[in-house]
Structure formats: structure tokens, C-alpha cells
Design a protein. Structure first.
Length: 253
């Protein structure tokens, strides 16, 4: 029986070959990463492409393998490259998600670059923009998702499940962001809510009795396509939440 061999994985797409140049910079790994980003931006590399082997890349860039690996790891941390081991492995250009933005926001919050005051303030501003775009675009199935979310939040409150209650409330805002149809709004909202979740859990379990009644009033505005009413209701609720968060955080110090 004839022995078959697997077809090699293509290293680039049909658009063109990467135009990598030898490195002269003392911080070579940064220059390597910059060149790979340029090739991606100009279309010579695309999502799913496998980069040439470590040996081939190190020769093309004129650097050691250790320097090359440092560059690839930096791109992996940025979410641009996926490093895969094994016979069919290598460095693959990956589809970028909002995870790196969320991680950066969390890091900034942890080191104090984002204060709780600025976090909650930005959330109020962002929410107003989201609602102005989501309200006129709302479909019946979107409104049903919001109704179901409110019911789930009520159930979490009745059972005293603090974690579920927080996550359900935050999901309400993610639904609104998705209703805009704009992936940038979704990514930014995800990042803000991830930081906010961490902040809320650092404060601990307490009840904000005004939230659910406000959600129901907000939903009525959305159903009536009352953009200004929906914005005003949400803004009022979020400002009360901001004061509540900051007050409870101050007491827990």
C-alpha cells in the first residue's frame, strides 16, 4: 500500500509573501513584533496564516531564536498570535477578541490607574450612548431578553444568590450593548463591566432595592421607543448605584 503524507500547512495566504527585513534595533523583539503587525495591516498576513518556522524567521530577521521567541510571546500576549506545539504547530495569526482590552482595563484598575470614581463615571457616559443606539434598533426578541433578564435577577434576589444577582444585572447591560449592532461598543462595554464586576465583589454583598423597579420602568420606555425616557431612567439609576458603590467601598476600608 502506498504511503501517504499530509499536505503541508500553508504559511501565508495568496495575497503575498511577508516582507520581513533584517533587524538592526537594540530592542530587536519589539521591531520584529512591529514588522509582523505591519504585514498584518497591509494584508500580506491574515487570520489563520501560519508564520514561517522559528529557524526561517530568525534567519530572515537576523536574530537569535531566543529573541524571536520573545517577540512571538509578546504578540501572543497581545492576542495577535497563537503558539501551537507539535508536528503541525507553529505561530498562527489569530482572530483578535476584546479579551486583551478587558485584561488591560483590569490591570489598570489593579494598579490604581483607573479609580472607582472614574470607572463608575465612564459607565454612566457609555450607557447613555448605548441606549440611544439600542432603543430605536430594539427587536421583539431583544426586548424579551431584557424581560427574561429582569425575571432572573428577581429570582437571584429572592434566593439570596449574590453572585448570580450581580452577573445577571451586568448581563442586562451586555444585552443592550449587543443591541447596538456595533462590535466596538460590545468590546468596550465588556471591558468596563469586567472591571466593575471585580469592584462590586470587592465591596461585598448588599442590596440596592431601587434597581429592579428602575429596570422595569426602563423596559417600558424601551418598549415605547422613548429614547430620552430610557436614557433618563438608566442614568438616574446608575448615578444612585455610583453613590452606593462609593459609600459602601469607603465603609469597607
Amino acid at each position: 500500500m502506498a504511503k501517504t503524507t499530509a499536505s503541508p500547512v500553508p504559511e501565508t495566504n495568496s495575497v503575498g509573501q511577508p516582507n520581513f527585513q533584517p533587524i538592526r534595533s537594540p530592542r530587536a523583539f519589539e521591531e520584529i513584533a512591529a514588522q509582523i503587525r505591519t504585514e498584518l495591516a497591509e494584508g500580506r498576513l491574515r487570520v489563520g496564516n501560519r508564520l514561517p518556522s522559528e529557524r526561517a524567521l530568525s534567519e530572515r530577521f537576523g536574530v537569535s531564536r531566543n529573541t524571536l521567541r520573545e517577540a512571538l510571546r509578546s504578540l501572543e500576549h497581545a492576542g495577535l498570535v497563537r503558539l501551537q506545539k507539535g508536528a503541525t504547530g507553529g505561530a498562527f495569526i489569530t482572530e483578535v477578541s476584546g479579551e486583551t482590552i478587558t485584561t488591560s482595563m483590569l490591570d489598570m484598575f489593579h494598579v490604581g490607574a483607573i479609580s472607582p470614581e472614574k470607572l463608575t463615571e465612564a459607565r454612566i457616559w457609555l450607557e447613555s450612548v448605548v441606549i440611544r443606539e439600542a432603543c430605536p434598533r430594539a427587536k421583539p426578541e431583544d426586548l424579551q431578553l431584557l424581560r427574561t433578564n429582569i425575571q432572573q435577577a428577581e429570582q437571584a434576589k429572592e434566593t439570596g444568590d449574590f453572585e448570580r444577582r450581580v452577573d445577571t444585572h451586568l448581563e442586562f447591560h451586555r444585552i443592550l450593548a449587543r443591541m447596538t449592532g456595533n462590535p466596538i461598543m460590545v468590546i468596550v462595554m465588556d471591558g468596563v463591566l469586567a472591571v466593575l464586576r471585580h469592584y462590586v465583589f470587592s465591596i461585598g454583598n448588599y442590596d440596592n432595592a431601587f434597581v429592579l423597579p428602575s429596570r422595569k420602568r426602563f423596559l417600558k420606555c424601551m418598549e415605547a421607543r422613548d429614547v430620552e425616557g430610557a436614557v433618563a431612567e438608566m442614568e438616574s439609576s446608575l448615578k444612585r448605584l455610583q453613590q452606593s458603590y462609593l459609600s459602601h467601598a469607603a465603609k469597607s476600608r
